[in-house]
Design a binder for this molecule. Structure first.
Ligand SMILES: Cc1ncc(COP(=O)(O)O)c(C=O)c1O
Length: 404
């Protein structure tokens, strides 16, 4: 009798009735070639079905222990490196970035936010919105950080803290993280790095560059859904935070470190994502291997560069030596409008792909300035060279038919 009460005949029927909500016709399975969120491979999708767990229970450490070890390995660290901890924030890359601002910029500090695009601007916005004394050094879209100009800005502003973007997702430009950090250190300031769209796809040179904190997230080159910010936090950062007032609660790296040292999150984690992350990081480190993952990203960048070289009138937007291993931004021929690139997007959707017609604000600005527009190709995470090949074949035809 109890069984009948607990599991009424209608329970299964209810699930069946609800299944149409998950139908492919309502939510078509597009393969995402945008720059995050990204394509999620089947094993990772299935890992979302693993059991939920208590975040202060022994089950938690079974997931987050290996997750934290594997994150450190991916960052090129020894898992027992005494100088670095990794904190996992509920939220996203912005959450980890904002935490670095709130915890590491003191009331009487000046922070210099160096920007080569929309995400460099975001770090500046965060600093201002958190009431910090912030100044900005801005480079034109498509340019990397010019070390001589940075040198001059550091001499002029004498900041205690400097932020910059490792891999600028709006433009596809990668900055030389080691050289930029060295320049910042030369002036006695503390570098904070946004590595949201690079981590997991390339070596972030954490030890060699030595920023105080490096912020990233799950939904880009790690090949996972969004939901966690990730912060690599140095001992130097911890010591500085002790002296900064009003760090907030979840944005406080000291609070975060207290929990991360127990392989825990400070606030209730997304268990579904934690399960997926556990499975995915084990796959990356122990099955694909880190070296092969990074090599695959480089190979895919090469494929996309060859594709662009073969397209009449199209060019790579980012300068040589600063072209991202995880996404490529393509300069289109003069006269092509943003509206036309959005038509390409719809034509690609009909082919089963989500195409990226360029970062919205950037193309709007370029169009206003009568400059050539750009589109982007994300080649990060678990996309394979074969998938890139097929995608580029479809894209070539679509560009021809849509743009004429
Ligand atoms: C370079 C960079 N920084 C920061 C962010 C913001 O990250 P999130 O959306 O995870 O908060 C993004 C997102 O695309 C990004 O590409």
């Amino acid at each position: 009798m109890g069984g009948a009460l607990l599991r009424p005949a209608s329970a299964n029927a209810t699930i069946k009735e609800r299944t149409p909500l998950m139908s492919d016709s309502l939510f078509p399975r597009l393969t995402l070639f945008i720059t995050g969120p990204i394509y999620v491979r089947e094993e990772v999708r299935q890992a979302g079905l693993m059991p939920e767990f208590g975040h202060r229970d022994a089950e938690n450490a079974k997931r987050f222990g290996p997750i934290m070890t594997n994150l450190k390995l991916l960052a090129g660290l020894d898992p027992d490196d005494p100088d670095w901890d990794v904190a996992i924030y509920n939220g996203s890359g912005s959450t980890a970035m904002e935490s670095s601002i709130r915890s590491l910029v003191a009331a009487d500090d000046k922070v210099l936010n160096v920007s080569v695009g929309a995400f460099g601007d975001l770090y500046h916005k965060m600093a201002k919105l958190n009431g910090k004394n912030a100044v900005q050094l801005k480079f034109d879209y498509g340019q990397a950080i010019d070390l001589a100009k940075l040198d001059a800005a550091l001499a002029e502003h004498k900041p205690q803290v400097v932020t910059f973007t490792h891999n600028e997702t709006s433009t596809g430009v990668t900055n030389d993280v080691k050289a930029v950090c060295e320049m910042i250190r030369k002036h006695g300031a503390m570098p904070l790095v946004d590595g949201v769209s690079l981590f997991g796809g390339a070596d972030i040179q954490l030890k060699e560059a030595g920023p105080a904190m490096y912020a990233t997230s799950t939904q880009k080159s790690l090949g996972l859904p969004a939901g966690f910010g990730i912060g690599f936090i140095s001992k130097e950062a911890e010591a500085k935070a002790e002296k900064v007032e009003f760090r907030g609660h979840a944005s406080d790296i000291i609070n975060q470190l207290g929990r991360s040292r127990k392989s825990q999150t400070l606030t209730t984690p997304n268990c579904t994502l934690a399960n997926q992350m556990y499975v995915q990081l084990d796959y990356i480190v122990n099955q694909e291997t880190i070296a092969k993952r990074f090599a695959r990203h480089e190979a895919m960048r090469g494929q996309v560069h060859d594709f662009v070289d073969g397209l009449d009138g199209f060019e790579l937007f980012a300068p040589e030596g600063h072209r991202s291993p995880t996404l490529t931004t393509v300069l289109v021929p003069e006269g092509i409008t943003f509206a036309q690139l959005k038509q390409v997007k719809e034509a690609m959707r009909a082919e089963g792909y989500l195409y990226d017609p360029g970062y919205g604000k950037l193309n709007t600005l370029l169009e206003e300035q009568n400059r050539r527009l750009v589109f982007r190709i994300g080649h990060m995470g678990d996309i394979t060279p074969d998938m890139v090949d097929t995608y580029l074949g479809v894209l070539k035809k679509t560009l021809e038919t849509t743009l004429g």
